[in-house]
Write a protein that binds this ligand. Structure first.
Ligand code: HEC
Length: 232
């Protein structure tokens, strides 16, 4: 069969081209799902705690990603301002990931540990208290509204179905673990003169924000990889 024979039969040619493209696509895509080694993981990066998971849901619900990215690009200006640039392995437990595409506010990929818990409390109540001239909206309801910790187990199970390695024990003790972590935050807020119930949304959100980028920073600094220099 000559090449012309196929090329001159338009419908046949179209079908054959489609088949070839599909085979190419399968060769590219299937290993991404099938070969575990293709998912870049960092041993230091572990799943969110139950309380952090709840805080992350608050972050999603409030649409914080509309103004904040969580993706430090490998440019000098960004690593100097935000810390070591983001690695793919840092996001394996983020479903859905919060890279964002707009930066009205600063990138938050490594905001964990940058400020004390009380700073976040005051900043959410009214950003002008900590950042004079800030255009970030106020979120006073986070200080009042509660998190329903009876639903945390279900959320962890959903995450597990997406590949996050929560054990049965961790899921069963979700509420207990969340309250224990919340207690630590409430204690630190108390020392700063702030009284708040442990199951308030602000406590969960603070837990989440304080976790951001912490594992990744440890992984990168340990490896001595470029871009791992400490924030000045
Ligand atoms: C309209 C845009 C906008 C939205 C929406 C927004 N922010 Fe901000 N955010 C900013 C701006 C601008 C700043 C810088 C000034 C400041 O510190 O308030 C900022 C600063 C921050 C900082 C401090 C970052 C740093 O490195 O100093 C944190 C943390 C933060 N925002 C968290 C949040 C969270 C959590 C939400 C959702 C509940 C949120 N933001 C929603 C605009 C926004």
């Amino acid at each position: 069969m000559k090449h012309d024979d196929i090329e001159h039969k338009l419908p046949t040619f179209a079908v054959l081209v489609t088949i070839v493209i599909l085979i190419g696509a399968l060769v590219e895509i299937v290993p991404l799902y099938a070969v575990k080694a293709n998912v870049p993981t960092l041993p230091e990066v572990t799943p969110y705690t139950p309380l952090e998971l709840e805080g992350r849901d608050v972050y999603l619900r409030e649409g914080c990603y509309n103004c904040h990215s969580q993706m430090i690009r490998p440019f000098r200006a960004e690593t100097l301002r935000y810390g070591p640039y983001s690695r793919a392995g840092e996001f394996v437990y983020d479903h859905p990931f919060q890279w964002g595409s707009k930066r009205t506010g600063p990138d938050l990929a490594r905001v964990g540990g940058k400020y004390p818990d009380a700073w976040h409390y005051r900043h959410m109540e009214d950003p002008q208290q900590t950042s004079p001239g800030s255009i970030m909206p106020t979120y006073p309801w986070l200080l009042q509204d509660g998190v329903d910790l009876s639903r945390t187990e279900g959320k962890m199970r959903a995450m597990r179905s997406l590949g996050v390695p929560y054990s049965d024990g961790e899921i069963a003790r979700a509420e207990e673990a969340a309250l224990a972590q919340a207690g630590e935050i409430v204690g630190r807020l108390g020392s700063a003169g702030i009284r708040v119930e442990p199951d308030r949304e602000i406590v969960a959100l603070t837990a989440y924000l304080q976790r951001l980028g912490v594992d990744g920073r440890r992984a990168i600094q340990g490896s001595g990889a470029p871009g791992g220099e400490a924030r000045p």
